[in-house]
Design a protein around this ligand. Structure first.
Ligand code: 9MR
Length: 460
């Protein structure tokens, strides 16, 4: 598809890509192995879009987390601390300290920032609901003006209004809807434009990824904004998706918004599953992530994709949907999951094993992650202990207490009696100097049994 110099993807994507590449070059000089695989941010930038992650202030004290956040992504979204509750906790008292910390980190890393979010019914301080109807438009405008002005030239997109529609396409009865009426969304966009003529202004919502009553309603709103000259530049499709349920109409839906003359961004992507993870679910999830990336890539005005944090350790999903989770491309221990490799492959990366076997050496460590009557889960971390590349690995051990593997992910197991040999999967064999990956399994036995004493790692 033809990409014009005026398309949103070209403008935003190249800026992000350039910056991300520069950041990685700097990091590379200090720590990265010479032949490190391209990051998701770099792969996306090469295709003219960004690939980013949401983050939140408390996570940044975890160094392993921060290292991946800083190196892998071309864009960050401030997951919480740009919301009204944090930025104007009482009327006229503005506080950007926490959001500034994330923006400063992004700037230091050469990452762009999406601003999220100015007007939303959630995480709204109580005082706003108490403002009389005739004063609420002014209060809303003041909030937008102050925040957009504060972050002028530091964020590339603003989610101006978030989640204003119900599933049936009617307006959500928020305090803004009830006290200001239908016009509040247009008023919010006008205030944001007045405060920053350059930032891209987005309407953002969930369950608008496919064609349906809710996305139809957003479509009609965008169409009428365009007709009336209300300043809108983009639509954010959050994409909090369920395993196996990427809407078949996603690409067509992105395209119809693009055809109205706005950009589209996938703003909060995660794909949740019923726990526990299994190899089959991981494979399905990898295919689902790939489908989303391909739908975006197919439309030139789809400017980028953001995951709603990158690791299952920080995901919002388990706390809101009990029994569900494992929604992100990295696991709780920051190992890349099949979803990660599928995203990389969809973005044009190799997504497979290194073509050279490598000369490195490796180590393996075995850890029981949970246990119950009759079963357990364990995780084995494989590390390239040499200063050269490792093209593949095989881990062996003997179960001391009659344990059996019921289901194993991120590797291929062969067992003979109590002897086990696990080879890398197609996508996690190549490890740069010092890098690590992990595989896991569900085992059966009375309890977890003892940890094997003869665990060893070698090239296959
Ligand atoms: O990830 C955010 C979580 O930490 C907050 O507790 C939650 C409060 O509603 O908001 C989460 O982020 C939401 C985002 O701002 C808007 N779309 C849905 C996201 C997940 O709930």
């Amino acid at each position: 598809m033809e990409r014009t110099p005026h398309s949103g993807r070209r403008t935003v994507g190249l800026t992000a890509g350039f910056a991300a590449a520069a950041a990685v070059l700097c990091a590379g000089a200090l720590t990265a192995p010479a032949h490190a695989d391209s990051t998701l941010g770099q792969l996306a930038a090469a295709k003219g879009l960004y690939f980013g992650s949401a983050t939140d202030n408390p996570h940044l004290s975890d160094t392993a987390y921060k290292q991946i956040l800083s190196s892998e992504f071309g864009q960050l979204t401030v997951g919480n601390t740009m919301k009204w509750q944090y930025t104007e906790p009482s009327q006229g008292r503005f506080d950007y300290e926490q959001a500034d910390a994330i923006v400063a980190l992004a700037e230091a890393n050469g990452q762009t920032v999406r601003g999220h979010t100015l007007v939303w019914h959630n995480q709204l301080p109580d005082w706003v609901a108490a403002v009389p109807a005739d004063r609420l438009p002014g209060v809303m405008r003041d909030h937008i003006t102050d925040e957009v002005t504060h972050f002028r030239n530091r964020v590339v997109h603003w989610d101006v209004v978030n989640e204003a529609f119900e599933e049936d396409g009617s307006r959500r009865q928020t305090v803004f809807q009830q006290k200001i009426g239908n016009g509040y969304i247009a008023e919010a966009f006008k205030a944001a434009r007045a405060a920053d003529p350059n930032v891209k202004l987005y309407y953002n919502d969930y369950n608008i990824e496919g064609v349906g009553p809710k996305s139809d309603a957003v479509y009609e709103m965008v169409k009428s904004f365009k007709q009336q000259g209300v300043p809108i530049d983009g639509v954010g499709m959050q994409a909090h998706l369920i395993l196996g349920q990427v809407p078949a109409t996603m690409q067509r839906n992105i395209q119809r918004f693009a055809d109205l003359g706005v950009d589209v961004a996938v703003t909060e992507l995660d794909i949740r599953m019923d726990l526990p993870r299994t190899e089959a679910k991981d494979t399905q999830q990898a295919g689902d992530y790939s489908a989303v990336v391909k739908a975006c890539l197919a439309v030139s005005r789809c400017v980028g994709i953001t995951v709603w944090d990158f690791s299952d350790r920080q995901s919002w999903v388990p706390s809101v949907f009990p029994g569900q989770g494992a929604a992100l491309p990295y696991d709780e221990n920051y190992a890349k999951k099949p979803a990660y490799h599928a995203i990389a492959a969809a973005l044009g990366g190799t997504g497979g094993p290194s073509p050279t076997p490598g000369t490195g050496t490796c180590s393996a460590s075995y850890r029981v992650t949970s246990q119950w009557q009759g079963g357990f889960t364990a995780e084995v971390t494989v590390r390239n202990t040499s200063s050269g590349p490792l093209g593949g690995w095989a881990v062996t051990w003997t179960f001391p207490d009659g344990q059996r593997i019921a289901n194993l992910w991120n590797g291929e197991a062969t067992t003979t009696g109590s002897s086990v040999r696990v080879r890398n999967a197609g996508y996690n064999g190549a490890l740069g100097a010092g890098a690590s990956t992990s595989f896991g399994f569900l085992g059966s036995s009375a309890g977890a049994g003892r940890v094997p004493s003869d665990i060893a790692c070698d090239r296959p």
